[in-house]
Design a protein around this ligand. Structure first.
Ligand code: GDP
Length: 299
């Protein structure tokens, strides 16, 4: 997990780093709560979630008659973990092969890279991986996926640019069944400028994948870019309506000092952050560990 530590360096030393200074005081008065709100909102935790956290903190501090900085800090940590959960939530593997993972996300968030990193990870675990090039809108997306398939020694199913994404994913899943693949990673389109069409397309994609293999998709993984802050949350709400998401992969955490978006996602979407991207390299996608994350904010 040292890569996560490294990747969260900016968040820790940035706004969240101010957390430490916040607790170097002798009384926990209104000024403390105001400063805490500022720090959390500045770290992308979002207004709604921030208010919820500070209200609960006030209440618990009063209830427990906490006065010492360490006590207050522990209560705050506990509240953050209540939101994030305490366990690493892995991507589910289905009992029967193949596990189908539908990967959603707006262009540029790091969707292709995340698929590539996942392929690499599964391949390293000895699994047979198939990529399905469902982003048929961009020729570059298909080419990029091919490059990742090569790197991760995975199969790829692709059609021509402009063809029906559902047809590609249907073929991908069907091919994975007949070839005995363990995992199918399905890329999808991510052009959000035509939101209504994209959402209709994703609904159809989901239906068709289910038709190709009953019970699929086993995971609907939404890729969000941590550097886009509250915008990521807005995207998540839109996607969740088209295809209910089962997990989030949060990319580019290494590129922001405002890693608090993790907390907003968990609180407002009630969907676990399962993976975090902490760099451009193939190893830079790691399971998200809430306890390590929260501890990291205060040290
Ligand atoms: P897509 O349009 O969503 O498929 O985005 P890409 O996968 O092409 O990624 C866009 C850019 O973000 C590329 O330059 C990636 O190398 C970069 N990227 C993806 N994930 C991460 C990450 O976790 N950290 C950093 N620093 N860069 C990332």
């Amino acid at each position: 997990f040292s890569r996560i530590k490294e990747g969260l360096k900016k968040t820790r030393s940035g706004i969240m780093g101010r957390m430490e200074g916040l607790f170097a005081r002798s009384s926990f008065d209104d000024e403390f709560y105001e400063e805490l709100e500022e720090v959390l909102i500045g770290a992308d935790v979002g207004v709604e979630t921030t208010m919820q956290i500070t209200d609960s903190l006030r209440e618990k501090v009063r209830e427990e008659k906490a006065r010492e900085p360490q006590q207050v800090m522990d209560i705050l940590k506990g509240l953050l973990l209540d939101i994030l959960g305490r366990d690493v939530v892995p991507l589910e593997l289905s009992e029967q092969k193949p596990t189908v993972i539908l990967v959603l996300g707006v262009n540029g968030v790091g969707k292709t890279t995340t698929i590539g990193k996942l392929a690499h990870r599964y391949k390293n675990e000895g699994k047979k991986v198939l990529l399905a090039a469902g982003d048929t809108f961009r020729a570059a997306a298909i080419e990029q996926l091919e490059i990742w398939a090569g790197r991760a020694q995975s199969d790829i199913i692709k059609h021509q640019q402009g063809s029906d994404p559902s047809a590609v994913l249907f073929d991908g899943v069907t091919a994975a069944v007949s070839r005995g693949s363990d995992v199918v990673l399905c890329d999808t389109a991510g052009r959000l400028h035509n939101k209504a069409n994209l959402m209709e397309e994703l609904k159809k994609v989901r239906r068709v994948v289910e038709k190709a293999l009953p019970g699929a998709p086993h995971e609907v993984l939404l890729v969000l870019d941590a550097t886009t802050g509250q915008n990521a949350l807005a995207q998540a709400k839109v996607f969740n309506e088209a295809a209910p998401i089962t997990g989030v992969a949060l990319t580019k955490l290494d590129g922001t000092a405002k890693g608090g978006i993790v907390i907003a996602i968990a609180n407002e979407l009630k969907v676990p952050v399962k993976m975090v991207g902490v760099g451009e390299g193939v190893e830079d996608l790691q399971p998200f560990d809430p306890i390590e994350y929260v501890d990291g904010l205060f040290t």
